[in-house]
Design a protein around this ligand. Structure first.
Ligand SMILES: *Cc1c(COP(=O)(O)O)cnc(C)c1O
Length: 514
């Protein structure tokens, strides 16, 4: 931007916070879409009451509710209302009838998927970011918001034990973080020519890895998903052999995707060995730690995630094990300049004239040059505010609690006459099966066709369904080595040993009744 322009824009200087009139009758702006100050305050307080009721009352309702399709349509409405209705009434109805219809991930006995708990400062942060129209895009557009994001990225880097050089950007979640990292890997290693390129992961990798590869324009055969070795971990020797064979066949290996905490069993691929292979052949090492990387906040988790500091890029989802509400994903890269090389707005020969006034000069950072989005919500604020309000030590203890609880569940399962561990506690996940009367099916063998018709007549699914039907706990199944089993993800800091006991008792009771 021209010197004069920059000065004129900068002359605006720091903006004082808006001074609202205390007059309840005054509309906050002229024209349409305006409410009076009094109405905003009244409905705002109503929302806070609904939020507090929701957060404190979570255990008073079942962890899961689901609407019928017709019922859902009826509740939400089909036609766009031409005339407005009472806001307080709408808020009340949507909060009571519609929003609760789904999984309540923060329920202390919701052990399904990867349950995030959210937190109250984060709820406030989302409201604030929304009200202030905060955009951590160009420095000129949002210098304050951008600094919040840069600081949050720095904190995350430090908490995970990554080198200071790491930087990145907040994105919607792990899927877009994987996509963003693999875009950088592709551009950095392949120079625009995708032909004969190959990248490697285990079959335990998250499906979003394959989807990212698809979006990036690779064919199905270009992602080599290798069967995992012992402990369901990607075998670095198998990767090396495959890379050597592919090179000999004239193919172009360029990246390895390691998973730090597979969603199914919590397995961690061996980063030190994989990074050695990557160094040997000049491959990019991406770690998908969407849920599992947060374990590195604790000392034992840091041991499990050994080698994290050696990756080229890392996916981490604060909306999983860092207790943030959706959406909060993050991609961190050893050298953020590679993200800029891929995503710079002026990389392309399209007219960016209207962006010229916002071009970064000097040390200013335009975060919209570091990822696929231009306008972007300030997702970092919730992490910044909750870390500031509770302190990192509380987050460490909360993560530690999840690790403890999985250990506890593992011990109780191992000692239970009707239950049997399938995979040991790993990063807050334990898998097991109900084996009524000692008729344990052998599931550890070969992978069956079609992704797992149950050898025990669907017993684990039926146990899961019966437990969920009690409305007291939510336990779903996963597949390990071709066989269905039950799965607990115990990362809710509000869950207790009593919640584990109660849930395992429900499993045993449900199994015995079938
Ligand atoms: C959840 C998860 C993802 C996808 O993250 P979203 O936030 O749902 O997009 C990717 N990888 C792993 C390992 C995950 O657990």
């Amino acid at each position: 931007m021209s010197g004069g322009e920059a000065e004129r824009v900068a002359a605006a200087g720091r903006v004082p916070p808006g001074r609202a009139s205390l007059d309840d009758e005054r509309p906050y702006r002229q024209g349409e879409l305006a409410l009076s100050a009094g109405e905003m305050r009244r409905v705002g307080r109503q929302v806070v009451d609904l939020v507090v009721e929701r957060l404190l009352g979570v255990a008073q309702a079942p962890p899961h509710a689901v609407l019928g399709v017709a019922e859902a349509r009826e509740l939400v409405g089909r036609e766009v209302p031409e005339e407005g209705a009472d806001l307080a009434d709408l808020v009340e109805r949507v909060a009571r009838d519609v929003l609760p219809q789904g999984v309540r991930f923060d329920h202390p006995r919701c052990f399904a998927f990867v349950p995030t708990t959210g937190n109250y400062p984060a709820v406030l942060a989302d409201a604030l970011a929304s009200a202030f129209l905060s955009v951590p895009g160009a420095w000129l557009v949002g210098s304050g918001p951008t600094q919040i994001e840069l600081t949050a990225l720095g904190w995350l880097t430090g908490l995970l034990g990554l080198p200071d050089s790491f930087g990145g950007v907040f994105v919607s979640g792990g899927s877009v973080a994987n996509l963003t990292a693999l875009t950088a890997a592709r551009d950095d290693r392949l120079g625009g020519d995708l032909s004969r390129a190959r990248l490697y992961c285990s079959t335990q990798a998250h499906p979003s890895v394959a989807r990212a590869v698809h979006v990036l324009g690779f064919g199905r055969d270009q992602l080599c998903a290798l069967p995992p070795g012992p402990g369901l971990r990607l075998d670095a020797r198998a990767v090396r052999e495959r890379v050597v064979a592919d090179l000999a066949a004239g193919l172009r290996p360029f990246a390895v995707v390691a998973t730090v905490g597979t969603t199914s069993t919590g397995a961690v691929d061996p980063l030190p060995e994989l990074s050695a292979v990557c160094r040997e052949f000049g491959l990019w090492l991406h770690a998908d730690g969407a849920y599992g990387a947060a374990a590195a906040l604790t000392s034992r988790g840091r041991e499990r995630c050994a080698g994290l500091a050696w990756v080229d890029s890392l996916t981490v989802d604060p909306h999983k094990w860092l207790f943030q509400p959706y959406e909060a994903g993050c991609v961190l890269v050893r050298d953020p300049a590679v993200l800029r090389a891929s995503f710079r707005m002026d990389r392309h020969r399209l007219d960016t004239g209207y962006l010229a006034p916002a071009r970064a000069t000097g040390e200013e950072v335009n975060l919209d040059d570091y990822g696929p989005q231009q306008s972007r919500g300030l997702r970092a604020l919730k992490l910044w505010l909750s870390l500031s309000a509770f302190g990192a030590a509380a987050f460490r203890r909360a993560v530690d609690h999840g690790l403890d609880l999985a250990e506890y569940a593992g011990a109780r399962i191992a000692a239970h006459p009707d239950l049997e561990l399938v995979t040991p506690p790993a990063l807050g996940i334990v898998t097991f099966r109900y084996r009524g009367g000692g008729r344990a099916p052998q599931g550890g063998g070969s992978k069956r066709e079609g992704g797992g018709a149950a050898p025990d007549g669907g017993l684990q699914e039926r146990v899961s369904a019966a437990v969920c039907a009690t409305g007291d706990a939510m336990v779903l199944t996963t597949e390990v080595a071709g066989a269905r089993c039950l799965r607990l993800c115990t990362i809710n800091p509000a869950s207790t040993e009593a919640d584990i006991d109660r849930t395992l008792a429900l499993v045993a009771t449900a199994g015995a009744a079938l």
